[in-house]
Design a protein. Structure first.
Length: 131
């Protein structure tokens, strides 16, 4: 049982729990025994790529998230996955535009309230102005 096996196993377990699925339910969905899922989650076994893809589909994530091994923030990963799917079919120019807008918005949200008498971080029409 190596570090890779344990890391993948922790990810499988975390994403399975996120969707409130038991080991038995996941096993049924991917066509293996509950014991096999248990061995995968403890790192005693490592799945084939095809089986890992089946597991990822069953828990509703991209396979790369299970391979990353950092399942500490499954909600953040799921949100990032949704964002990726949202922009994946767009042109590079559209992705650049969305990235710029998101950056401006997050910069704006991260600021503290402006001191009294200072200019607003937006210009007329609501466009966010970078400092």
């Amino acid at each position: 049982m190596g570090a890779l096996e344990r890391s993948i196993g922790r990810s499988v377990a975390a994403y399975r729990r996120r969707v409130e699925m038991t080991q038995a339910q996941l096993a049924e969905r991917v066509g293996v025994t509950r014991e096999t899922i248990g061995r995968l989650e403890t790192g005693a076994a490592i799945p084939s790529l095809a089986r890992l893809d089946d597991i990822a589909r069953a828990v509703g994530v991209e396979m790369h998230l299970l391979l990353r091994g950092d399942a500490g923030n499954v909600h953040r990963d799921a949100a990032l996955d949704r964002l990726l799917h949202t922009v994946a079919s767009r042109s590079p120019a559209e992705i650049d535009l969305v990235t710029a807008i998101a950056g401006d918005l997050l910069d704006h949200l991260g600021r503290t309230a402006p001191a009294s008498g200072t200019a607003s971080p937006t210009e007329p029409g609501g466009r966010i102005v970078r400092s």
